[in-house]
Ligand binder design. Structure first.
Ligand code: GLY
Length: 308
């Protein structure tokens, strides 16, 4: 059995996942329950309904989960009012043939499945979103009245990527050697309504295959989407690279994009097989990964290698 995650709050998620595994739960249970700990945590501003809203002041959530045994995967994106989006993703993985469901449709299915709903709780966030929206609209007006010209939009995008974007991700291997990966986030702070990041997209933010291992990403989702970072990682595991080598190769690829575009995108990845974990990040000096393996008394948290 093994559990991996990232960020300080990943310790809480990993502890829950370990508890589930030690009680005989499956890797799917461990990932879902671990991620729910953070989705429901009112102090975390980048995951769940307490996360930063989009620039209209609405919280839109992305989450996804993949079962390495069956290669079934499902993501939900830009979904509102769902308290535990990872649970919705898991239910849809198990009860539907679909791989990605967005917005209103995802909310309708959540209601139909009886998945718990809640409203966004933090009015403070709405105030911040309002201020940010006005700032962004001023920038648009100053730059180009005709709207989203590239250079104006890039200015806005740079602002958005500066605010916290720590996804919660968990990888778990259970006592049957099944491996599962999942992620959940409120996405880029003050994002454009409808913007979807990597955390809902299989192969980008998460991927798992019992044969080789799994990967989870965090950071600016566009980079993980463009490089299909999690899928790339698992393909490299299939070529017998170690999880640590894999993490660094994937980040190097993303770093090349950042350098080319002159944007300090942040990206972090954790890669695991049944035996060990690797982690790396770019432009993220305090990026940490979380690790537990059967026999260890406690979950550990350590700095990952950062490439710049
Ligand atoms: N990695 C989270 C996001 O970009 O939405």
């Amino acid at each position: 059995m093994l559990v991996a995650s990232y960020h300080d709050f990943g310790v809480k998620a990993a502890r829950k996942a370990v508890e589930v595994l030690l009680k005989g739960g499956s890797a799917l249970d461990a990932v879902e329950m671990g991620i729910r700990e953070i989705e429901g945590d009112p102090n975390v501003r980048s995951v769940g309904l307490n996360g930063y809203p989009n620039w209209l002041g609405e919280v839109e959530l992305d989450a996804g989960i993949m079962d390495g045994k069956t290669l079934k995967a499902c993501g939900v994106a830009a979904v509102k009012y769902v308290k535990y989006p990872i649970t919705l993703a898991r239910r849809l993985l198990e009860e539907s043939p679909h791989v990605l469901i967005v917005g209103e449709g995802a909310l309708k299915l959540a209601k139909a499945l009886g998945v718990e709903l809640a409203s966004t709780t933090s009015s403070k966030h709405s105030q911040e979103a309002k201020a940010k929206k006005e700032e962004l609209l001023r920038a648009i007006e100053k730059g180009e009245l005709t709207g989203y010209r590239k250079e104006v939009y890039m200015k806005i995008y740079r602002l958005m990527t500066k605010v916290s974007h720590e996804t919660i991700g968990v990888i778990a291997v259970d006592s049957w050697n099944n491996i599962v990966a999942g992620t959940s986030t409120s996405g880029l702070a003050f994002k454009v309504p409808g913007r979807v990041g990597d955390s809902a997209v299989v192969g980008a933010g998460f991927y798992a295959d019992n044969k080789y291992g799994a990967a989870i990403c965090t950071g600016v989702g566009e980079v993980a989407l463009r490089t299909l970072a999690a899928f790339h990682a698992v393909r490299l595991l299939a070529e017998n690279y170690t999880p640590q080598e894999v993490a660094e190769i994937v980040i190097e690829r993303a770093l090349a994009i950042a350098e080319q575009e002159g944007i300090e995108y942040r990206l972090g990845i954790v890669v695991a097989n049944r035996f060990s974990v690797g982690a790396a990040s770019m432009n993220w000096r305090d990026f940490k990964y979380v690790y537990w393996k059967e026999g260890m008394k406690e979950v550990t948290i350590s700095p990952a290698k950062t490439l710049t």
